[in-house]
Design a protein around this ligand. Structure first.
Ligand SMILES: Nc1ncnc2c1ncn2[C@@H]1O[C@H](COP(=O)(O)OP(=O)(O)O)[C@@H](O)[C@H]1O
Ligand SMILES: O=C(O)C1=C[C@@H](OP(=O)(O)O)[C@@H](O)[C@H](O)C1
Ligand SMILES: [Mg+2]
Length: 185
C-alpha cells in the first residue's frame, strides 16, 4: 500500500469532499479538506473572505493551506479552483497521487442546485449554476487532466468512485508517483 498523499481534484460538486472521506476510511488515512481547514484558520467562510478581500486573497490562502496540510497517509480534498495556479499544479503532481473526479456538466449542476452551500461556494461568474458550471469546466478541464495522474468517473455512486480510485492506486509503487496514466476518461 502506498503512503503518498492522495489529492482529489475536480469541479465543484464532483464529490471531492464526499468521496474523500470514504476513501480515507477505506485506506485508513487521515482526511483533510483544504476548504474546511482554510475556513477554520481564517475563522470566516469562503464567501466572506471573497466578499471582503477578493478571489486573489482566497487563492493565496488556498496555496498556503494546500502546502501546510500535505502529509503522508492523507487523503486531501482540494477546492475546485486549486489547479488554476501553476505553483499548485506542480506541487500536487510532485507531492502525491492526483486523482481527477470527472463528471458531466448536468451531473455537477444537478448536485450544486440541490446543495448549493453558498457560504463555501460564492458565485464565480454571477451566472446561473448550470451556465456557470459549463463555462468554468470548459476553462478548467484541460488543467484537471494535465495535473492528474489518474482520472475516474465521478458520476456514479460514491462507493463506486472509491473503488475506481483504489483500483488505480493499486498500480502505484509505494515510493514513487505514477505518471500520466488514466483509468477512465
Ligand atoms: N458520487 C456522488 N453521487 C451522488 N451525489 C454526490 C456524489 N458525490 C457528491 N455528491 C453530492 O454532491 C454534493 C457536492 O459534493 P461535494 O463532495 O461537496 O463536492 P466537492 O467537494 O467536489 O465540491 C453533496 O451534496 C454530495 O452529497
Ligand atoms: O471552483 C472553485 O473555484 C471553488 C470551489 C470550492 O470548493 P469545492 O470544489 O469543494 O466546491 C471552493 O474552494 C471555492 O468556492 C472555490
Ligand atoms: Mg469540497
Amino acid at each position: 500500500m502506498i503512503t503518498q498523499p492522495i489529492f482529489l481534484i475536480g469541479a465543484r460538486g464532483c464529490g471531492k469532499t464526499t468521496v474523500g472521506q470514504k476513501l480515507a476510511e477505506a485506506c485508513h488515512f487521515d482526511f483533510i479538506d483544504t476548504d474546511v481547514t482554510l475556513q477554520e484558520r481564517a475563522q470566516q467562510s469562503i464567501a466572506d473572505i471573497v466578499a471582503k478581500e477578493g478571489w486573489p486573497a482566497f487563492r493565496a490562502l488556498e496555496t498556503q493551506t494546500l502546502q501546510s496540510v500535505t502529509a503522508p497517509q492523507s487523503v486531501i480534498a482540494t477546492g475546485g479552483g486549486v489547479i488554476l495556479a501553476p505553483v499548485n499544479r506542480e506541487f500536487l503532481r510532485e507531492n502525491g497521487i492526483v486523482i481527477y473526479l470527472k463528471a458531466p456538466v448536468a451531473v455537477l449542476a444537478g448536485r450544486l442546485e440541490a446543495f448549493p452551500e453558498e457560504s463555501q461556494r460564492p458565485t464565480l461568474t454571477g451566472k446561473p449554476i448550470s451556465e456557470e458550471v459549463r463555462e468554468i469546466l470548459a476553462q478548467r478541464d484541460a488543467l484537471y487532466r494535465e495535473t492528474a495522474h489518474f482520472t475516474v468517473d465521478a458520476a456514479c455512486e460514491p462507493d463506486d468512485v472509491v473503488a475506481q480510485i483504489l483500483a488505480a492506486i493499486a498500480s502505484v509503487q509505494p515510493t514513487t508517483v505514477a505518471v500520466n496514466s488514466a483509468t477512465a476518461d
